[in-house]
Design a protein around this ligand. Structure first.
Ligand code: NI
Length: 262
């Protein structure tokens, strides 16, 4: 059994055909989906989908690219909705210096505020980090409560930094790039990441793995990612599926699935 631990079924490219996508994914053993918000609208939709589908869980949060638009009432909405029974964490949050460096302070401020919310409500965090490794690490280290857990979503950093994030109680989630032919760093990370810290995700509709690279991504493709990791680690697909399934349940405290796993 597999869980797509980070997927945007709340993206307009996907939610109009969600039934078909779930059916296809079920065909390869995907039994649950962590649908992740990136602004208020997409977080609302994540909750809506989680209410409609038993196998869908929601993370709500505001992506760093939205940092300059955020209003006081948005933070209040976020806090209020953390209590929803299908909301399992805060995400995706973090720092992204790739497109725009002009709002770095606002990004940091928003990131810190959402980490503090996570501390307060003891909910795991899902981290988006792009071209901002040092600052992301420093902020998590400084602001996150020691025992609070989280995940480096679509981790693309070095294996040295991977160890540092694991020391901060973070999981490492591997996505489509691990299947790309010249993706040496993701393959290196996949090889050394400890099994008890590993998650798999598609980040659909983005980052489609080989053999669908460049096409619209969908949750059924998590199979290709798990298979590639299995190959790299010299393990079976079933072993990687079972381990990442258990890790995802543990991290997001998916109690309903926990019962089934026992
Ligand atoms: Ni994402």
């Amino acid at each position: 059994m597999l869980i797509d631990s980070h997927v945007h079924l709340n993206d307009e490219q996907l939610f109009t055909k969600i039934e078909t996508l779930i059916e296809k994914a079920e065909g390869v053993g995907v039994v649950a989906y962590i649908v992740v918000g990136y602004d208020i609208e997409s977080s609302k939709l994540a909750i809506e989908l989680a209410s409609m589908y038993e196998q869908v869980y929601a993370l709500i949060g505001i992506h760093p690219s939205e940092a300059s638009y955020i209003r006081e009432e948005d933070m209040k909405w976020l806090e209020k909705n953390l209590k929803h029974p299908k909301v399992k964490g805060i995400g995706e949050i973090g720092l992204d210096y790739h497109w725009d460096k002009s709002f770095m302070d606002k990004q940091k401020d928003l990131f810190i505020k959402q980490i503090q919310l996570a501390n307060q409500y003891k909910m795991p965090i899902s981290i988006h980090m792009r071209d901002a490794t040092d600052d992301t690490y420093e902020i998590i280290k400084e602001y996150k409560d020691k025992d609070l857990q989280g995940v480096m979503h679509c981790y693309s950093g070095s294996k040295e930094y991977m160890e540092k994030f694991i020391d901060l109680n973070m999981y490492i989630s591997i996505a489509g790039p691990v299947t790309f032919k010249n993706a040496n760093t993701p393959k290196e990370v996949a090889k050394v990441v400890p099994l008890d810290r590993l998650l798999v995700e598609t980040d659909s509709p983005y980052l489609s793995p080989v053999p669908y690279r460049g096409k619209q991504n969908q949750p059924r493709n998590v199979e290709f990612i798990a298979k590639e990791i299995a190959k790299i680690k010299g393990m079976s697909f079933t072993e990687i599926s079972d381990i990442t399934y258990k890790n995802t349940i543990d991290l997001f405290d998916l109690t309903e699935l926990k019962k089934e796993a026992n």
